[in-house]
Design a protein around this ligand. Structure first.
Ligand SMILES: Nc1ncnc2c1ncn2[C@@H]1O[C@H](COP(=O)(O)OP(=O)(O)OP(=O)(O)O)[C@@H](O)[C@H]1O
Length: 888
């Protein structure tokens, strides 16, 4: 359909006499026509009020075309893309119509793909593994495996990834492929299903100009029957020539929408022609960039501000035939009630769960921080526990020792299960991206994460568990050990499940660790060890928190397992008396003996199922919410572009050498290298280098910089401001601590001076000194030495000068706090509580000095460590590295 629009000529009113081609508006084979009309997007915040980001945009995207959204940084490109893809965050509101094939409908699975700016990929996998797994997850079961592999291989080849296929992706845990290659892997996994509508947010960010060109060329070559919309920053002249349509934005307004080729003419006719030998996109962006208030020359004497120029261009566009063409094209598309988008078939739920389990298992096995480090630390702690409580015996004292040892296992060892949280958060980010793109749902992810973690959790509970159990000499018998290890295993899994729920609600991992630790602190406080069950305040702490906290059942399971059937050799009036474990459980630990330890274990397992289900339901909806809120994911060629493009071997592109001869890029590079080595340039370089080396020239002098004091002050100021603004640094911890403090205060409310208060005071102080300081470092085991002085300081502060009524023979009898410190808590009374505090302060200084030492040593060690940390230089595309750095 060819339509000639408004051919009247008006001076400086935009390009006229342009024949605009309107596509056949009959969507076939799932093709997609997308229109948006009078689109407004407003961000509202308490601080800044309402701010319009997009201001009444109208446009369309058609099958077979690549539409580029261009504009200066912050003009609203990503917002427009997100809005038309239905991914706008909840902090913004939108108005206007967005129609697919003239209908209001949602984007169905497999019909569209969205490639985000950020690359969220599994760092431990190789490129090939990542793409293969993705193909298995997305492509239908009916497709043979060989075909899936073929599609994956072809797509990788199209994206120029064939040389990086065996290289690990790398990321936060270690260097892998380059940033540019990551970009291409991200695009690759999204186009595997051949979606009819493709959104790309900055597909070339992080790529050098040659790689950008080839990636965009590959994308453009896939336009057949496909609608592609890409936001792009600064395309080279060559990339610009690949665009069919262009949407040029400035501060949320349309400066131009129409054929990309006609934009050059539009600017010229509007009075801002592109100077010869300049990349048109550079010219367009420079003209409409109001960030740097640069006056624009309009002749030898006249200058205009960028804002004025933008207004002229917008007016010119609105008066042009391009504007009319857009309106009529949108009206035309909207008239048709086109095809309803049908969901593509994808891999079944079972296949997805199995593939995800395999992928997650491989990731866990390769990520040192997921389980291996924890296993090593647990083994060290288990040896520590085993040697501290070595052969605990059956004396009266062993009651307290057994109880403390089991409490440590249930509370601290399981608490440390949050150590794998950062690795889990990385996996979660990938899940969020893949879920948003419809690759699979929450169900398969939860099943896969549970199944893949099982073998590792069994390892980390049974091996350290056995070491601690047998060294301590807890109750003999296989059944007892199995119960102990199973309770430990279930608790660890419960902590991981709890952290999964936290991760889906809290946006970053530091905040997640603090929140998760806070929840656990409250649960173990009310679990029945730190405050015995009968002493817990009835309202709230006993009913319901005590019964909700998994620690209650874990303590009960562990204690029943240990004490049932045990005979303790107590001493009474100089005679040895046997006390039964059941009595100890009932009287000392106040346990509910109406059900067995296996019931406790069953309740723990039930809780596990519940936690995982909670994550699967409302929590996964929260994931979506946070991801959507932004937390969670050329004809005049630039010479340097040409050089890079020519020597770029990633994409095996043939280079024309005349009408018939073609050479592979690799061949061309070899010819160029040979030619360079034979040239006078090469000789000149050799002689210049030799010449320079001959001279013993000036020694480079160090430039003077800010003094040490100034630097320290500035850094203190910066750090202080950062800490005050970062919610996760101290504020969240403060809030969590306040909640825990209220918990402690109400649980131990007005502890009194009875004999029972000795235990209560001790437990409360132990909880404060260990658990709360433990939380300060996000779950890393605090140094035991610190705790000794912290305990001593707090205990002396509390008991010195105190008088406790021991109620001996029902008479009022006072015991001094000093006696309690010496006899009950076995404290060193040779020095005062202030010495303990001074030692703690000294340790803080020592740790900071050690930190400085490690930072300095780390800088020196880095070059030596590099070979172990990164992949070989051969695997990293050397041509991309310098430009990636520049782009960054
Ligand atoms: N949720 C939001 N709340 C407040 N302001 C927002 C929100 N989202 C975007 N903005 C603002 O809207 C403007 C456009 O943002 P957008 O990310 O769409 O720009 P862009 O053109 O894609 O930028 P860049 O090229 O730098 O990625 C920016 O000024 C940004 O700060």
């Amino acid at each position: 359909m060819m339509t000639e629009l408004n051919t009247a000529t008006m001076p400086n009113q935009g390009p006229k006499n342009v024949v605009v081609e309107l596509a056949e508006i009959v969507p076939q084979n799932g093709e997609v026509f997308l229109t948006w009309e009078d689109l407004w997007v407003t961000a509202s915040s308490l601080k800044n009020g309402n701010k319009a980001i997009l201001k009444g945009l109208t446009g369309y995207a058609r099958p077979g075309e690549l539409l580029a959204i261009m504009g200066p940084s912050g003009c609203g490109k990503s917002t427009l893309l997100d809005t038309i893809a239905g991914r706008l965050g909840s902090s913004t509101s939108q108005s206007g119509d967005i129609l697919i094939n003239g209908r209001q409908q949602t984007l169905a699975y497999g019909t569209y793909a969205y490639v985000t700016q950020e690359d969220t990929l599994m760092a431990t996998l190789t490129v090939k593994e990542a793409v293969y797994y993705s193909a298995e997850l997305q492509l239908p079961n009916s497709m043979p495996k060989s075909e899936k592999k073929w599609i994956a291989d072809m797509t990788m080849k199209e994206m120029g990834l064939q040389d990086a296929m065996e290289t690990r992706i790398g990321g936060w845990s270690g260097k892998g492929i380059s940033g540019g290659q990551k970009r291409r892997v991200s695009i690759c996994v999204e186009i595997l299903t051949g979606p009819k509508l493709l959104f790309l947010d900055e597909p070339t960010s992080g790529l050098d100009s040659a790689a950008s060109y080839y990636v965009m060329k590959t994308i453009a070559s896939q336009c057949q029957g496909r609608t592609i919309i890409a936001s792009i920053h600064q395309p080279s002249a060559e990339i610009f020539s690949l665009f069919h349509s262009l949407c040029l934005l400035s501060s949320g307004r349309t400066v131009y929408f129409g054929p990309a080729t006609a934009a050059y003419e539009f600017f010229a006719l509007s009075g801002y022609p592109c100077p010869s030998l300049q990349n048109p996109s550079d010219h367009f962006l420079k003209t409409i960039n109001s960030d740097f208030d640069q006056d624009i020359e309009e002749g030898p004497t006249r200058m205009k501000s960028t804002e004025e120029v933008i207004n002229i261009l917008i007016k010119s566009y609105k008066a042009s035939d391009k504007y009319e063409a857009v309106q009529s094209q949108v009206a035309e598309i909207c008239k048709q009630e086109g095809e309803v988008m049908k969901k593509r078939s994808h891999a079944s739920f079972t296949t997805q769960s199995l593939v995800l389990t395999r992928r997650s298992f491989v990731n866990m096995s390769r990520d040192l921080g997921y389980y291996w480090l924890r296993l090593a630390v647990y083994i060290v702690i288990a040896v520590g526990l085993g040697t501290i409580y070595y052969d605990v015996g059956f004396s009266n004292d062993s009651i307290q020792a057994r109880g403390s040892m089991l409490m440590f296992v249930v509370t601290f060892i399981t608490f440390m299960a949050i150590g794998g949280f950062p690795s889990f958060v990385e996996e979660l980010k990938i899940f969020q991206r893949e879920k948003l793109n419809g690759h699979y749902g929450s169900g398969s992810f939860v099943i896969a994460n549970t199944l893949s973690a099982l073998p590792y959790l069994l390892l980390v509970s049974f091996i350290p568990g056995a070491i601690a159990y047998f060294l301590t000499g807890l109750q003999g018998g296989f059944e007892h050990f199995i119960c102990f290890a199973l309770v430990l295993f279930t608790c660890m899994m419960l902590v991981e499940s709890l952290m999964m729920i936290v991760a889906s609600i809290v946006p970053n991992f530091l905040m997640g660790i603090i929140t998760g630790a806070g929840i656990q602190a409250l649960m173990c406080l009310s679990g029945g060890f730190f405050r015995l069950p009968n002493d817990l305040p009835k309202l709230f702490w006993k009913y319901p928190v005590h019964y909700i906290a998994f620690h209650k059942y874990a303590y009960e399971g562990m204690f029943k397992n240990e004490f049932e059937g045990l005979k303790i050799h107590g001493e009474h009036k100089g005679k040895i008396d046997l006390i039964s474990g059941e009595n100890i459980l009932r009287n000392t630990w106040q346990m509910d003996m109406s059900y067995s330890k296996w019931v406790d274990l069953a309740i723990l397992l039930g809780m596990l199922v519940l936690y995982r289900t909670v994550y699967f339901g409302p929590a996964s909806a929260a994931i979506e919410f946070f991801a959507l809120s932004g937390y969670p994911c050329p004809t005049l060629q630039n010479p340097s572009d040409h050089f890079l493009k020519t020597i770029h071997s990633d994409i095996d592109q043939d280079i024309e050498e005349g009408p018939t001869r073609r050479k592979s890029t690799e061949e061309v590079i070899n010819i160029l290298i040979k030619s360079y080595k034979a040239s006078d340039k090469y000789e000149a370089v050799q002689s210049q280098v030799a010449e320079i080396c001959k001279q013993e020239g000036e020694v480079l002098e160090k430039r003077s910089h800010a003094s040490f004091t100034t630097q320290s002050f500035v850094l203190t100021g910066m750090s202080f401001v950062n800490m005050s603004r970062d919610l996760g640094y101290y504020w969240l911890r403060l809030a969590v601590y306040v909640v825990i403090a209220v918990g402690i205060g109400t649980i131990y409310y007005d502890v009194g001076f009875s004999i029972g208060s000795i235990q209560a005071r001790g437990s409360m102080l132990m909880f404060v000194a260990s658990f709360i300081t433990f939380m300060a470092i996000g779950g890393f085991p605090s140094f035991v030495k610190d705790l000794k002085y912290a305990y001593e300081g707090l205990f002396k502060n509390e008991f010195e000068g105190l008088k406790i009524d021991d109620g001996h023979n029902d008479k009022f009898h006072l015991i001094s706090g000093e006696d309690i410190l010496r006899d009950t808590w076995k404290m060193d009374m040779d020095y005062s509580k202030w010495v303990d505090l001074a030692i703690l302060l000294g340790m803080i200084v020592l740790y900071r000095l050690l930190f400085l030492l490690f930072v300095k040593a780390g800088e020196k060690l880095k070059p030596a460590m590099r070979p172990f940390m990164s992949t070989s230089p051969k695997q990293i595309n050397s041509a991309e590295r310098p430009l990636d750095v520049l782009a960054a």
